[in-house]
Design a protein around this ligand. Structure first.
Ligand code: SF4
Length: 120
């Protein structure tokens, strides 16, 4: 097992962290024991039974992945499906670039923030 490369771990306080997987869109609040299980998921012989059970649940959420899964290929497939699948149309209406949410995983930072849709 391995931790997904799309995990973003955001500390909440000294006991808990938010784990956000930017690919599966899963969000989990985890205590230190679970974070330690994720960090050591490739050495399961050092984990408690409870930690191993957590890893199985995290696997279902895409936060933990099987070793043979190539996440780069999955992402590439996902992009290609969006690009070439004509069954559905996905549209994003971007009303402004002036977002002030300041998400830690944002890749829009540095993009011109003065752009907004006109009222008409
Ligand atoms: S990811 Fe970036 S653009 Fe999206 S809400 Fe967060 S800060 Fe705003």
């Amino acid at each position: 097992m391995k931790a997904s490369k799309f995990n973003v771990i955001i500390p909440i306080d000294d006991k808990e962290s938010l784990i956000f997987n930017t690919f599966s869109d899963s969000r989990v609040i985890a205590n230190r024991s679970v974070i330690k299980a994720i960090e050591n998921c490739d050495q399961q012989e050092n984990l408690s039974n409870e930690q191993k059970e957590h890893l199985i649940q995290l696997c279902e959420l895409g936060i933990i992945r099987e070793d043979e899964i190539d996440e780069d290929k999955e992402l590439e497939y996902w992009f290609h499906r969006l690009k070439f699948d004509s069954k559905t149309l996905n549209a994003t209406i971007l009303t402004t670039m002036a977002c002030n949410m300041d998400c830690v995983y944002c890749f829009e930072q540095g993009v011109d923030s003065n752009l907004s849709m006109s009222k008409q």
